[in-house]
Design a protein around this ligand. Structure first.
Ligand code: ATP
Length: 361
């Protein structure tokens, strides 16, 4: 049985003043799945979400919710008929209504069933016993949980969330993200969550859709997006990166770190070998005798420590490389704070580097 697709978006486009802001976006979210639309500010994430919600009109494209067309081919269902739950950064509870009345707001039907649903949701967001309070009596995190309960109350087929955690205190955020994810999973709704924070996407998503300049440039599980980025910018979106430049000849590129396989790149083509700071390996100089690499380490290159910083979970060490004066940064778990001026050797883990052409892909 194929998975039920709760949300299907095909070829969505929207321009403002002639400039395309959302450019041929297609995506699909299954029941019980969280997809994060991730990208830098201004890349068109919110506009995409707003078109799905029905508050912004696409220039073209099609949107289906639960197998039913809500936009496209002459159809245009208004927002209230789309069975979507909305949660935005500014989720604005109704201040004059109690918590229970806020949660019950979008519910229709028989009173006893409404009361049961509200009680059940408040329990699930850990606010049992808060029903008679007013929003101003709650902390930011508690208000956020009421907003979540309110959005979920009518059992929307699709939840659309736009930076729902960004108004919260840093300290609270991780806990609330996890609790929210748990409730969303229990409800089995399909979730499309917009964020510009890679950490948030990695934490929440079953699938990440990475967006840039109005287009989705890569879709995949967090592991794949992080470990097989489609281009240099996609790699750089998730962490600092180091770039080693070279020229491909006979599907090999020679660098001070040895030769790298660069299949698929034409003879003479400039290539960039990209490696995240945590995948550079450091070895000692042993009083000038040099490093002791294993076969997998490849050729070590010498650098001199420029500065080292301790960031709590890891230490970041910047090296000025002997071969070309470039600066490479290595991250080491825990405390590693060599003095500036110390000569050390760096090696590149072949299985962890990415090779890209410089043709602007
Ligand atoms: N109603 C509008 N009129 C004109 N331009 C708009 C309108 N709405 C959005 N834009 C422009 O479209 C671009 C994309 O906006 P959008 O809000 O979708 O981006 P975003 O990726 O969600 O960014 P952010 O994370 O900053 O909200 C921006 O350059 C924005 O200025």
């Amino acid at each position: 049985m194929p998975e039920t697709l709760r949300l299907e978006v095909t070829g969505l486009r929207r321009s403002f003043g002639g400039a395309p802001v959302v450019d041929d976006v297609s995506l699909a979210v299954a029941a019980g799945q969280v997809t994060c639309l991730l990208g830098p500010s201004g890349c068109g994430k919110s506009t995409t979400l707003r078109m799905i919600a029905g508050v912004e009109r696409p220039d073209s494209g099609a949107i289906r919710i639960d197998g039913r067309a809500v936009f496209g081919a002459g159809v245009e269902v208004p927002p209230e008929g789309r069975s979507v739950g909305l949660m935005f950064q500014d989720f604005a509870l109704f201040p004059h209504l109690t918590v229970a009345q806020n949660v019950a707001f979008g519910l229709t039907g028989e009173k006893a069933a409404k009361v049961r649903r509200v009680g059940d949701l408040l329990e699930r967001v850990n606010l049992a016993g808060y029903g008679d309070k007013h929003p101003h009596e709650l902390s930011g995190g508690e208000q956020q949980r009421v907003a979540l309960a309110r959005a979920l109350a009518p059992r929307p087929r699709v939840m659309l969330m736009d930076e729902p955690f960004s108004g919260l205190d840093n300290r609270l955020r991780d806990g609330i993200r996890d609790a929210t994810l748990e409730v969303l999973k229990e409800e089995g709704t399909a979730v499309l969550l917009v964020t510009h924070e890679p950490d948030e996407a990695m934490r929440m998503a079953d699938e990440i859709a990475l967006m840039r300049g109005g287009r989705i440039v890569q879709r995949g599980a967090p592991y794949n997006i992080y470990n097989a980025p489609v281009d240099k910018a996609a790699a750089a979106f998730f962490s600092d990166i180091n770039v080693i430049r070279g020229v491909s000849r006979g599907a090999l590129t020679d660098t001070p770190f040895g030769a790298f396989l660069t299949p698929g790149h034409a003879d003479g083509a400039a290539v960039e070998i990209v490696i995240r700071p945590q995948h550079l390996k450091i070895d000692f100089d042993r009083g000038g005798r040099g490093p002791n690499p294993t076969v997998a380490d490849g050729t070590p290159a010498r650098g001199v420590v420029q500065r080292a910083r301790y960031l709590g979970r890891e230490s970041l060490v910047d090296f000025r490389m002997d071969h070309d004066g470039s600066v490479l940064t290595a991250s080491v778990p825990g405390v590693f704070l060599p003095k500036a001026g110390t000569a050390l050797w760096l090696m590149i883990r072949r299985d962890r580097c990415f090779v890209f052409g410089t043709g602007g892909r």
